[in-house]
Ligand binder design. Structure first.
Ligand code: LIP
Length: 282
């Protein structure tokens, strides 16, 4: 059967490539770093330029489609997923990496219809790796099919997580106590690429068994969630049960057994949801 969203997906791949070139070019130049929620939550003009490029180019081709974009939300737009076809965009996932010239930087474009994720495109700009996933049709990296690892033993596993950008000591304590428990299971190793989307692509590619994080946003994980699922992996909440895209909590695992095992070690907490109502104006 013809894929009703093939055109949109082809467009996402093409625009992600253009965006990636913009990111690579920007790394060579001086960049102006600005702050968002805190002094460690960084944003650059490139994040904003890339998001504008993607939104403009998609709007020209699909004028009725809607957007949730990291920088548009930072500028005050609502983060609401409706039944309309919606592009969920992180123009630069791994902004801190980008600012420091650390190699894992991705353009992440997810696409949802009727609140269901249909496809995801994650372009790892510095590595020139194009990860794609289309619901029901598989996941690929530069055209090669992706398959999660078949490991079922947590003690033989590689685990990825991140410190995030919340430096509230209570939150940092929870992050460290979870990491300590995971490390002492013991696991083979713990890593963090500095990009949620790429951590998840590493699960899809089989080099990491499980990635978990609290504090991410829907634009960090929407695209890669399709890639993980289509590579045979599972997505869940940090307390088990299904992943909720707006909850800012994610576990992406190669299989249910590993996902559920890691959940037992996580000290869960709940940041404000992405779709929380904005505060009323005084
Ligand atoms: C970042 C993530 C990173 C996570 C940060 C942040 P950004 O996205 O990909 O892994 O730890 O909290 O969400 O801000 O670079 O798009």
């Amino acid at each position: 059967m013809a894929d009703p969203w093939q055109d949109a997906m082809d467009h996402a791949v093409a625009v992600a490539r253009r965006a990636g070139t913009m990111v690579r070019d920007a790394v060579q130049n001086d960049m102006k770093v600005m702050l968002k929620s805190s002094s460690v939550d960084l944003v650059t003009q490139t994040d904003q330029k890339v998001e504008n490029l993607i939104i403009q180019s998609v709007t020209e081709k699909f004028p009725t489609h809607r957007f949730i974009g990291e920088e548009s939300v930072a500028a005050g737009e609502a983060c609401l997923l409706t039944d309309s076809p919606t592009w969920i965009i992180d123009p630069v996932d791994g902004t801190t990496n980008f600012v420091h010239g650390y190699a894992f930087v991705a353009v992440s474009i997810g696409f949802a219809v009727n609140k269901q994720l249909e496809f995801g495109v994650v372009y790892s700009c510095m590595e020139d790796k194009m990860y794609t996933g289309r619901k029901g049709r598989g996941a690929f990296c530069n055209g090669e099919a992706l398959q999660v690892s078949d490991q079922k033993e947590i003690t033989q596993s590689m685990v990825a997580t991140e410190f995030g950008s919340n430096r509230d000591p209570e939150v940092v304590d929870k992050i460290f106590s979870s990491m300590r428990k995971v490390l002492c299971l013991p696991v083979h190793g713990m890593r963090g690429a500095g990009s949620a989307a790429l951590n998840m692509c590493h699960v899809a590619a089989g080099s990491v068994e499980v990635y978990y994080e609290t504090g991410i946003h829907c634009w960090d994980v929407a695209a890669a969630a399709v890639i993980v699922a289509e590579a045979g992996g599972v997505l869940m909440d940090v307390e088990g049960g299904p992943m909720d895209l707006m909850s800012r909590r994610v576990v992406a695992a190669n299989c249910q057994v590993i996902g559920e095992r890691i959940v037992k070690e996580i000290d869960a907490f709940s940041p404000e949801r992405d779709d929380a109502a904005p505060p009323e104006k005084a």
